[in-house]
Write a protein that binds this ligand. Structure first.
Ligand code: TYD
Ligand code: MG
Length: 417
């Protein structure tokens, strides 16, 4: 289908021009999803790609966004969906070379190198793909705007036009966005409110692990994660992330502890490390990777006040192994245990995991999903789980793992070592 000049200029319609409908007459089917067949990705999306939905994927340059989306499109294409990968970042040759690496093979996977919004819309209208990937949204610009490509107004305009188009036609849309340091290029954050689903790619390029995390999802649970490993042939799924994250855990070193953290609906075991050292010069340092900086300062203050461990003149470093980011308060007790262990220079019993939220008076507060956490720890061969003492403990079967309930951090050192 060729479009004439007038059509072309009326293309990016921003209005839906529909009539109000009674809600009971509107058809909507939750099962109306494209299931990708990459379990880790389908789960993060809430069971596949909803038709007509817009999904933003953010992440640092080089983390693997293009690779993941090409793999997703290839899976869908092999199943018979017509899919279109639009790149403004690489030449078709480069895309083909990546395709060869990950083993793409389907004729249904179409590749277009284009940066003009008007041309992109024209091609989507002509080709009628079921799923479109824009790599990246920061390269797309509208000829109707005078601002520079990559500026906030260009990125917003392009996204808005593409999203409205995808909603009207039922085309599913992936927008890739680079997370950028402040500057003239607009980062994915400015688009979060416009899309249905926001996913972020985490992990540091020094490691092979890649975590994709759902931070917003109008069609599914949030905070669900998918774990991948980057290899010679692209990304492969990691079905047992606990095993992966504990792979390099030292056997007997002070400052290391394992915590069962809930990542969406799944418990995952991760190692938290701490180094607590007397400050030799200047102001004590508090450096954290993977956990909230303020939380660590707060926990150090509680330890000082309640247990009399004077960390005030100590440097504190906290690191979560494998580049995982832990956000739930249930990891408080893990951070605190790691600090105590390093401060006292005593190794925590290697069969022990801990979880619980810590309050300002040193009380251990209840947390959700205690049973799943304990079960995951037992599955991975741990023998003891230190948790908040509460009614919920009764549900945890004590057969495989010894559950120790505590009320206050004062009781912690009785059980840790
Ligand atoms: P890429 O998908 O280009 O990242 P992004 O689109 O987020 O910028 O991935 C880039 C990195 O991944 C690059 O350093 C090479 C590496 N990589 C592999 O290790 N194996 C592979 O099979 C592929 C395709 C890439
Ligand atoms: Mg890329």
């Amino acid at each position: 289908e060729q479009l004439n000049e007038t059509d072309r200029h009326s293309l990016p319609q921003t209005a839906f021009r529909e009539k109000p409908l009674p809600i009971d007459s509107i058809e909507a089917d939750e099962r109306d999803r494209h299931v990708i067949g990459i379990t880790e990705m389908d789960r993060v999306l809430g069971g596949g790609i909803v038709r007509g939905s817009a999904i933003l994927i953010g992440g640092d340059p080089g983390i693997g966004k293009s690779t993941l989306l090409l793999q997703v499109l290839d899976k869908l294409a092999v199943k018979g969906s017509r899919v279109l990968y639009i790149s403004g970042e690489e030449s078709s040759r480069q895309i083909k070379l990546r395709g060869v690496r990950i083993g793409t093979s389907s004729k249904n996977l179409l590749v277009l190198v284009e940066v003009s919004l008007e041309n992109i819309l024209e091609q989507i209208i002509a080709i009628k793909p079921e799923i479109v990937v824009i790599d990246s949204i920061q390269t797309v610009f509208s000829e109707n705007l005078s601002s520079a490509p990559g500026s906030v107004s260009q990125v917003r305009e392009a996204s808005e036009k593409l999203i409205v188009f995808s909603k009207k036609t039922g085309t599913s849309l992936f927008l890739i966005g680079h997370v950028t340091k402040e500057g003239s290029i607009a980062g994915p954050r400015v688009l979060e409110h416009m899309v249905d689903t926001v996913l972020y790619f985490e992990g540091d390029s020094g490691h092979a692990f890649r975590i994709i995390r759902g931070v917003k999802n109008r069609y599914g649970p949030t905070n669900e994660i998918g774990v991948f490993e980057m290899g010679e042939k692209g990304l492969t799924e990691v079905s047992n992330p606990s095993a992966l994250f504990l792979l390099e855990k030292p056997h007997s070193s002070p400052g290391s502890i394992v915590v069962p953290s809930m990542e969406g609906t799944r418990p995952i075991l991760v190692e938290v490390q701490s180094l607590v050292n007397e400050t030799t010069f200047g102001i004590p340092r508090r450096t954290t990777i993977g956990v909230d900086h303020n939380r660590v300062s707060l926990l150090a203050a509680v330890l000082d006040k309640v247990c009399g461990f004077h960390l005030g003149n100590h440097d504190i470093f906290i690191n979560v192994a494998g580049g995982v980011k832990l956000r739930e308060p249930a990891v408080d007790l893990g951070i605190l245990s790691a600090m105590v262990s390093s401060f006292l220079n005593r190794t925590i019993d290697p069969g022990t995991v801990v979880c619980g939220e810590v309050g300002l008076t040193g009380e251990i507060r209840g947390i959700g999903q205690m049973e799943s956490r304990a079960k995951e720890a037992a599955r991975m061969g741990f023998t003891r789980c230190i948790m908040p003492k509460s009614g919920a403990l009764n549900n945890v079967s004590g057969k495989k793992i010894n559950i120790i309930g505590i009320n206050n951090i004062k009781e912690l050192t009785d059980h840790l070592f």
